[in-house]
Ligand binder design. Structure first.
Ligand SMILES: Nc1ncnc2c1ncn2[C@@H]1O[C@H](COP(=O)(O)OP(=O)(O)O)[C@@H](O)[C@H]1O
Ligand SMILES: [Mg+2]
Length: 217
């Protein structure tokens, strides 16, 4: 579960978030929407504890922004999957290695790792591309690699920051279908977007923010 309690954040004297409170339960699918600069990415960064609130508290499962210690942050992040607009793949590693890398970071036997990565690539329909470098595959394929990497450690939630921002409408729907499938299997999804038509096609809870405040739920 994720909880924001009256979270406020200032950067260089500018109010980035003001009194943001919401809860997201296990298995939920929710969008964070709002214009560019509203604070969507900031909310996601607070969840993976890249940044911390000035006031209030962020709780992610058993971790609290008020109490977590620096060495615990990698453990928190293993409970989350994160997907970005610009994919953030390792450019010098092929599709298989990009996914295996995330799993190896947490240990496990080579044979188990192999089985798991192969199954995951199959799940996002990338088996054919397993030996290709990121520069050789399409944007939609890159995002599917990023999703496979994000879910390989069985996170309870996937945080997606405008995951379809660089993709055309048809490819965006393919990505949404994958999120829907992941969500049906029980993984929560929190997705920042300003693509209104995707929200209409795949309706879920909408948390709307403007200028750092939640303006509607
Ligand atoms: N590192 C930073 N330093 C200064 N301002 C920042 C920083 N990160 C974000 N901001 C500001 O915080 C506000 C919210 O940013 P962001 O969360 O990225 O918005 P969104 O993702 O909704 O477009 C913006 O006004 C942005 O300029
Ligand atoms: Mg953003």
């Amino acid at each position: 579960m994720i909880e924001f309690y009256n979270v406020s954040l200032n950067i260089d004297g500018k109010k980035i978030l003001q009194n943001v409170s919401f809860r997201l339960f296990k298995g939920e699918f929710a969008y964070i929407v709002g214009p560019s600069g509203a604070g969507k990415s900031t909310i996601l960064k607070l969840i993976y504890m890249d940044i911390f609130p000035d006031q209030g508290m962020v709780i992610v499962n058993n971790y609290s922004s008020a109490k977590i210690r620096r060495h615990e942050i990698p453990y928190l992040r293993r409970e989350l999957g994160v997907v970005f607009q610009d994919f953030k793949l390792l450019p010098d590693r092929n599709v298989y290695e990009n996914v295996a890398f995330a799993l190896r970071a947490t240990g496990g036997k080579p044979r188990e790792i192999r089985h798991r990565v192969v199954r995951m690539l199959n799940e996002v329909n990338l088996s054919q591309q397993r030996s290709m470098l990121p520069e050789k595959i399409s944007g939609g394929e890159k995002q599917r690699v990023a999703i496979a990497r994000a879910i390989i450690n069985d996170p309870f939630i996937v945080l997606a920051d405008e995951p379809t921002g660089n993709l055309d409408a048809r490819t965006s729907r393919e990505i949404m279908e994958i999120f829907e499938r992941i969500n049906r299997k029980g993984t929560a999804i929190l997705m920042a977007t300003h693509d209104q038509s995707l929200i209409e096609q795949y309706p879920h809870r909408v948390i709307k923010i403007e200028e750092g405040r939640i303006v509607s739920e």
